[in-house]
Design a protein around this ligand. Structure first.
Ligand SMILES: Cc1cc2nc3c(=O)[nH]c(=O)nc-3n(C[C@H](O)[C@H](O)[C@H](O)COP(=O)(O)O)c2cc1C
Length: 171
């Protein structure tokens, strides 16, 4: 199957956060495809310092909601990003984005979210993650629930126009 450049741009541009999911499971093959996309994420000097814990445990997902990451509550799978030795946030961000793109490629919804307050420390204790690592960012994944009531937006949607976003030669 060949995909046109236009279709690919449309796919990449169309990635949106999905924060409510149905109770349908994510199958293992889809999950492994997503992880494979993440595994090939680039990192500075190819350090590969971001790893992933696949969380399916309902109690743990509920704790994540209490730590300010609401989308974890209905997600079939939550991927917790673990960054060795509190390493590069840029590498971590790239990993998160790739995992979301991987999810979208296999027809699933996803969003990035962060654990707040004591969340990062508590999750490290719960999962046996060394204290010097960072465990703050999650990617929630599931089948989007399009009938879920809309949550009040905490920030304006959409994006800046291209003319305000891209600057040529001078800012
Ligand atoms: C770094 C990062 C952190 C985020 N943290 C949260 C979060 O803690 N909770 C949440 O509901 N959404 C979170 N989001 C999702 C954003 O709210 C969402 O991507 C943004 O509003 C754009 O939405 P759209 O892609 O649907 O246009 C986060 C996104 C990013 C990139």
């Amino acid at each position: 199957m060949s995909v046109s450049a236009q279709d690919l741009v449309s796919f990449l541009r169309g990635l949106r956060a999905a924060k409510d999911y149905t109770s349908e499971n994510v199958d293992q093959q889809a999950l492994e495809s997503i992880l494979e996309v993440g595994r090939w994420s680039a990192s500075g000097s190819n350090r590969q310092s971001t790893e992933v814990v696949v969380v399916k445990d309902a109690d743990l997902k509920q704790k994540m909601v209490e730590w300010g990451a609401r989308p974890a509550g209905t997600a079939a799978v939550v991927l917790l990003l673990v960054v060795q030795d509190d390493g590069s946030a840029l590498d971590e961000g790239r990993m998160a984005e790739r995992l979301c793109l991987g999810a979208s490629a296999v027809g699933l919804g996803s969003t990035v979210a962060t654990l707040k307050n004591e969340g990062p420390d508590e999750i490290k204790k719960a999962l046996g993650i060394p204290a010097e690592h960072r465990a703050r960012t999650i990617v929630s994944i599931g089948h989007p629930d399009r009938s879920a009531p809309k949550q009040p937006a905490r920030s304006p949607g959409g994006r800046k126009p291209l003319s305000e976003y891209a600057h040529y030669d001078r800012f």
